[in-house]
Design a binder for this molecule. Structure first.
Ligand SMILES: NC(=O)c1ccc[n+]([C@@H]2O[C@H](COP(=O)([O-])OP(=O)(O)OC[C@H]3O[C@@H](n4cnc5c(N)ncnc54)[C@H](OP(=O)(O)O)[C@@H]3O)[C@@H](O)[C@H]2O)c1
Length: 217
């Protein structure tokens, strides 16, 4: 399958590399065609990897990944263009974090709204699926590095899109039973607000390699 990965940071690089390892073709998108990270990644990825602008990557991908900073997300998707992302699954892994006042960051949207909902409202013809934002980049593609049973959340309005994403997550190594479909796109609020706790846990434990489990009684 062809993927457009929007974002050149740790997450974009990690997901793009895993997708190529799994046999997919990936174009990494950025604000500029000569972004150093993206050019270096494409050079290391072989024939299945390439890079371009956000618009190039959006046009290339059958499935898209939003791995852009929270504040850059809507501008990046506008640059990708509504037409190019219409009808496509957009896997949104971004967190609406504001680091302008240092650590810990605050959330730029919460409670009765979320970044995922802002994306879905701005691009109604795109099938937004929120997932993976509650774990660090290494855990996203190698859940086995965290011992024990732990979970991942999926939120989105389109059932067919969530099925595609759940299948992809399983190919990353997430057991079917560890993936919790929370419901429609409004359910992305919880996983995004979880970042307030995630950051505190990371600071307390001194590592981003952890995750949470859900036990029922
Ligand atoms: N790091 C993690 O382990 C982790 C875990 C879970 C979720 N996340 C979330 O995943 C996303 C990516 O995180 P990251 O650490 O890989 O990278 P990041 O530094 O948060 O984001 C890098 C990307 O954002 C783009 N960007 C920044 N400002 C922009 C703007 N004003 N307009 C358009 N694009 C803009 C950059 O574009 P250029 O390529 O043009 O520079 C770059 O591609 C974030 O939302 C983060 O919260 C991160």
């Amino acid at each position: 399958m062809r993927f457009g990965v929007l974002g050149t940071g740790r997450v974009g690089q990690t997901l793009a590399t895993k997708l190529v390892e799994l046999g997919h073709e990936v174009m990494m998108g950025s604000r500029s065609r000569d972004n150093e990270n993206a050019v270096a990644w494409a050079a290391s990825a072989g024939d299945a990897g390439s890079n371009g602008t956000f618009a190039d990557a959006a046009a290339f991908g059958e499935v898209l990944v939003n791995a852009v900073s929270g504040d850059g997300t809507l501008p990046a998707l506008e640059a990708a263009t509504a037409d190019a992302i219409a009808g496509k699954v957009l896997i949104d892994v971004a967190n609406p974090l504001d680091f302008s006042r240092g650590m810990p960051p605050s959330l730029t949207v919460s409670n009765e709204d979320s970044l995922a909902e802002q994306i879905q409202r701005a691009f109604p013809a795109t099938k937004v699926v929120k997932t993976l934002n509650t774990v660090s980049a290494p855990v996203m593609v190698a859940p086995e590095i965290v011992p024990g049973e732990h979970v991942l959340f999926v939120s989105g309005d389109a059932a067919d899109a969530k099925n595609i994403v759940v299948e992809l997550l399983q190919s990353f190594g997430w057991p079917a039973g560890s993936i919790i479909d929370l419901g429609d796109i409004t359910t992305a609020r919880g996983p995004e607000m979880f970042l307030s706790l995630w950051v505190r846990l990371m600071l307390k434990q001194g590592t981003p390699i952890f995750n949470i489990g859900v036990q029922t009684g």
